[in-house]
Design a protein around this ligand. Structure first.
Ligand code: SF4
Length: 324
């Protein structure tokens, strides 16, 4: 999973006004074919969690998402298309009236898979495109194949599946941002999303060579502003200038109406914090949703966010999960 701030509409709605989340980001596996330098989840080959959900557990959660009329679910990972039950799970949700989005690195978008995505009823696919050339792309995603991803974008378009593109800026690719916006539009994307790369997960280890300078960010956001104007009415160009700690401080008083299901069924408050508020292997979704709302008021959450401001290295502890 790519560590830039994304903003589904659920982020704008007060969680306390609802009986269930508006948006569920479900990391259906931690397994991935790539091992990207900046991966927030530290996914990769043979990195599936030991206790990932079995089919009965996964289908029980799918049933609850449908029953609670959660409007939108996003399958991510790891690489969600590597999950052996990916298509069956997608079909179950879509048949139940849930709008399903898939976040993928784009390496499995063959013609056949795109047709199956379409038949399953998947609403949109978001592909990470972090380089305009193979060189810049694989600087961040070693072993990744840009040609294969671009072919996959064509297959999505041919299958009639709405495409969104996500871009994670680093020193290696930030100067290519405008070109990548153009590539996204040429591939038929309806949206292009980006923000500051977050100091979390694998990015912490290589931050010195990864992180763009403030000058680079200034030029980047100015370029995106121009691109947003250029593509107005044709493709959404959305970017978040807020840094990680600023975003978390805002969330303390405005929890978004979304939560994150980990591959083993535990539920996290938000990607960039280590706090877990429930476990869907043993608890009902509605109970976990109530716990989610209480958890945002737990003083340990505010203390952790304040600590991150003083000690950014705390972001390296996001995978030492703390049950609230
Ligand atoms: S493709 Fe995504 S999930 Fe896989 S390693 Fe890269 S950033 Fe992580």
């Amino acid at each position: 999973m790519t560590p830039t701030a994304q903003a589904p509409d659920a982020r704008q709605v007060r969680a306390s006004d609802l009986g269930a989340p508006l948006y569920v980001a479900w990391q259906i596996t931690n397994e991935c074919n790539l091992r990207c330098l900046h991966c927030i989840e530290e996914s990769g080959p043979q990195r599936a969690f030991p206790g990932e959900l079995d089919p009965a557990q996964a289908f029980s959660i799918l049933g609850q998402l449908v029953e609670c009329q959660v409007p939108t679910v996003c399958f991510s990972g790891g690489e969600p298309m590597l999950h052996p039950g990916f298509f069956e799970m997608a079909m179950r949700l879509c048949a139940g009236g849930v709008s399903l989005k898939v976040e993928t690195n784009g390496h499995f978008l063959s013609q056949e898979n795109c047709l199956r995505l379409k038949e399953s009823g998947v609403q949109s696919v978001q592909v990470s495109l972090d380089g305009a050339t193979q060189e810049s792309y694989s600087a961040l995603r070693p072993g990744g194949k840009l040609d294969l991803v671009l072919e996959g974008l064509g297959n999505l378009q041919a299958a009639g599946i709405p495409l969104e593109v996500n871009f994670c800026p680093t020193r290696a690719n930030i100067a290519e941002a405008e070109r990548i916006v153009d590539m996204a539009h040429a591939a038929g994307a309806t949206g292009f999303y980006t923000g500051r790369t977050m100091y979390t997960g694998g990015a912490v280890r290589v931050w010195e060579r990864l992180a763009p300078s403030e000058d680079q960010y200034r030029s980047f956001f100015a370029a995106l502003h121009r691109k947003a104007q250029e593509y107005k009415g044709r493709m959404r160009v959305r970017y978040h200038e807020m840094g990680l700690v600023e975003e978390l401080k805002y969330r303390l008083s405005h929890p978004a109406a979304l939560f994150i299901i980990l591959p083993d069924g535990r539920v996290k408050l938000i990607n960039a914090l280590p706090f877990v508020c429930g476990d869907l292997r043993t608890e009902r979704l509605t109970d976990v949703w109530a716990a989610f709302q209480r958890a945002w008021k737990d003083p340990r959450v505010a203390e952790f966010v304040a600590g991150m401001e003083r000690r950014p290295e705390l972001a390296a502890e996001l995978h030492r999960w703390v049950r609230l």
